[in-house]
Design a protein around this ligand. Sequence first.
Ligand code: NAD
Length: 349
Amino acid sequence: MVEITEIPVDGYECVKRAIDPASGLHAYISVHSTVLGPALGGMRLWPYSSEQDALTDVLRLSRGMTYKAACAGLDLGGGKSVIIGDPSMKSEAFFEAMGEFVESFGGSYITAEDVNTKVEDMGIVARKSSHVVGLAGKSGNPSPKTAWGVFLGLKATLEEVFGSDSVAGKVVAIEGAGSVGSIYADYIAKEGGKILVADIRPESAERVATATGGEVVSPDAIRSVECDVYAPCALGGSINDETIPQLKCKAICGAANNQLLEDRHGDQLRDLGIRYAPDYVVNAAGLINVFDEMMPGGYNEERALRNMDKIRANMRAIFAISNEEGISTAAAADRFAERRMAEAQQTNA
Ligand code: NAD
């Protein structure tokens, strides 16, 4: 029997904790907002050192999903689930209990794979809940779509900085030659851009450099290398007090989540004249892709790609807000999302 308890949190629609002694499940689900639609967000499995850490993370991540969906123009709210533990705890009973937990939201929360959970795990969750997306045979691997969306964001960023969206001759320094970074590099190279690439796994960086005719740079040097665009495609927090003074780029556009260590780092970039493409705006194509599964008639790749095109227009709108209101692009993105939510609230009232 899964014990589910609601935890009231100011500013959040519904936060619950689940404990299932039989399977060892200890998890939280947070629905931050359903103003625009049901709250979609992945199911993360992580060895949090305390309950408080898990709760803090699920609140932060679910709020982030609200803003990401709102900016992407999707009729979706923001939610997230986190499970305390590591992949060795996985069992069928564990994910079936999680399915019951997801189902207890009656559709206001929709889940998907995330860090340390896989498509197969979601198949088990789906035995107990119909509110699961990204299952096998549907919208597929999100990484190529995410890379395409970041590339569209890059085009809008180049247009803002150089007055032309042409990638030809531009030098892009990619940190992280993983699933997204490697494909992003391909798109850039195909249009004549020059790739500098770093990865803590040297063979991954070599592979991308060879495929794109680019050059490998050490992970220690990638943030201070002379380039047009720095593209964080590894972990979050790479834009911080230590790295900002080292940057020699004109713009930042990459896939990694939570690139700014703190909000104030967005203001510092603005003061330095470095144009930052907010991460959650340009890396939303995976979300746009999986959302398409929920459309009448099911997943349609052409329609999903058309919706991803909006990333360019959204970036233009965010640069315009930033320029007109004299605020950072990160703050402008939040404002863009909040305006859309306020309009929806007025319409619903
Ligand atoms: P990935 O694990 O496939 O690739 C990350 C790469 O970064 C790995 O090759 C890793 O070795 C490298 N790396 C780690 N630390 C590094 C460092 N300090 N310096 C250089 N390289 C380092 O992950 P991914 O799926 O490509 O995702 C990349 C980022 O984009 C993550 O922050 C992820 O949260 C975000 N993101 C991914 C998607 C998606 O669809 N995959 C969607 C939205 C956001």
